[in-house]
Write a protein that binds this ligand. Structure first.
Ligand SMILES: [Zn+2]
Length: 214
C-alpha cells in the first residue's frame, strides 16, 4: 500500500487545522462524481481556498486505480461526515459510473487503508468502519446504501462483506506473527553425512541445533 501525501493548503474551507482529539471511527464515502480522478477531487478541495464555494474535504481520496492520496494529517479535522467530523477519519472513493460501485483496485486499496488505520487507532473494523449513510442517512457510499432499487438488506450485506474483508486482512497479519517459524541457519549441505558432521561442530556451542530437511 502506497499513500501519496498531497496536503491541502491550510484554509478555513477545506483544511481548518482544527485539532482532531480522538479517532473512534473511519467514515467511508463515494465522491458522487463518476469517472473523476483522485487528483481532480483533491484539487477541488484545494481550490476551495479561492472559490469559497463550500466547506468540504476528506483525509484520504482513493482513485480508480487504487492510488491513495492523503489531503489532511491524521490529527486534524476534515469536513466530510457532518456531526462525526470531530471523531472520524474520512475516506472518499472514486468510482467509474453512476452506480457508485468501486473498482476492485479501489476497494482493495480501501480495505488495506482501513486495516492499517484500524491497527493504528486500535479500532474494530466490524463496529468502527462506518458509512456516511450511518451518520446522516445520505446515500453515501451509494452502492452500500439502500435506494429505490436496492433493499437495505442488500446494501448492508455489501457493506458487511467489505468490513469482513478488512477483518481478514488484519487477521492474516496476526496469524503470521503467531504461526510462522523463523529458522536461524548456519549451513546447507547436499550430503547428509557432511550435514551430520557439521551438526556435531555446531552442537558444541548450540546443543539444541538440529537438522531440518527442506
Ligand atoms: Zn459522503
Amino acid at each position: 500500500m502506497k499513500i501519496t501525501e498531497m496536503l491541502l493548503t491550510p484554509n478555513k474551507y477545506s483544511r481548518p487545522q482544527r485539532k482532531l482529539e480522538r479517532v473512534t471511527k473511519l467514515a467511508v464515502h463515494y465522491v458522487g462524481n463518476p469517472n473523476t480522478s483522485a487528483v481532480a477531487n483533491r484539487n477541488y478541495f484545494e481550490n476551495l481556498k479561492d472559490t469559497h464555494s463550500a466547506y468540504v474535504s476528506s483525509h484520504f481520496i482513493i482513485g480508480l486505480n487504487g492510488e491513495i492520496i492523503q489531503c489532511i494529517p491524521l490529527d486534524e479535522w476534515s469536513y466530510c461526515t457532518n456531526q462525526a467530523n470531530g471523531y472520524s477519519i474520512s475516506i472518499e472513493c472514486c468510482h467509474p459510473d453512476s452506480s457508485g460501485k468501486f473498482t476492485e483496485a479501489t476497494e482493495k486499496a480501501l480495505a488495506e487503508l482501513c486495516a492499517y488505520l484500524c491497527e493504528k487507532f486500535g479500532l474494530n473494523p466490524m463496529n468502527d468502519i462506518i458509512r456516511h449513510y450511518d451518520v446522516t442517512g445520505k446515500q453515501c457510499p451509494l452502492y452500500w446504501s439502500p435506494t429505490k432499487f436496492v433493499s437495505k438488506a442488500i446494501a448492508d450485506g455489501r457493506f458487511t462483506a467489505f468490513k469482513e474483508r478488512v477483518s481478514g486482512l488484519m487477521k492474516s497479519v496476526s496469524d503470521e506473527d503467531t504461526e510462522k517459524l523463523y529458522y536461524v541457519q548456519v549451513g546447507a549441505f547436499r550430503s547428509k553425512s557432511n550435514a551430520e558432521a557439521f551438526l556435531l561442530t555446531v552442537r558444541e556451542q548450540y546443543p539444541s541445533a538440529f537438522i531440518k530437511v527442506m
